[in-house]
Design a protein around this ligand. Sequence first.
Ligand SMILES: [Ca+2]
Length: 142
Amino acid sequence: MRLRKAAHLAASVVGLLAMGAAAPQANAATAAYSCPSNQVCMYKDANLTGTVFVAQNVPIVVEMDRTYNQFSDLNYQKYTNGERVDNSISSIVASSPSMCADTFTGTDYTGGYQRIWGGWVVNQVVYNDQITSVRMFGCRSL
Ligand SMILES: [Ca+2]
C-alpha cells in the first residue's frame, strides 16, 4: 500500500515537472529579447522587437586616449537570425549608463548622426533603416 502510494506520488511529480518545463518555452517564444547589462543592443524593428544585434564594449581601437568598439560598416555584421544589420536598425538599448553609442548613416562614421546616451532606450531611432556604422565608447566622464 505504501509503495503504491509512493509510485503514484512520483508519477504526479513527473507530470508537474513536465507541465512546468513546457510553460517557460512558450513564454520565451513570444518575449522580446532583453538586453543584458553593459551591452548595446540594436533591434531590427521599432520598440525593441525583431531580431537583435548585441555589441559588447570590447575595447579594440584606441584614438585620442579613448577606447572604442566600433563597426565601420554594418554590412559585415549579422543579427542573431543571420540577416545583415546594415540599413535596418530601428531601435536601440544602451543598457549601461557608462556606455554611449554614436550611430551614423554612412560607412566609417560619416553622414547623419545620432548619439545614444548610456542608459537610453530608443524605441525609434532618428535614421530608421539607415544606420550603417556605429561606435561605442565609455561616456561616464562626458
Ligand atoms: Ca528596421
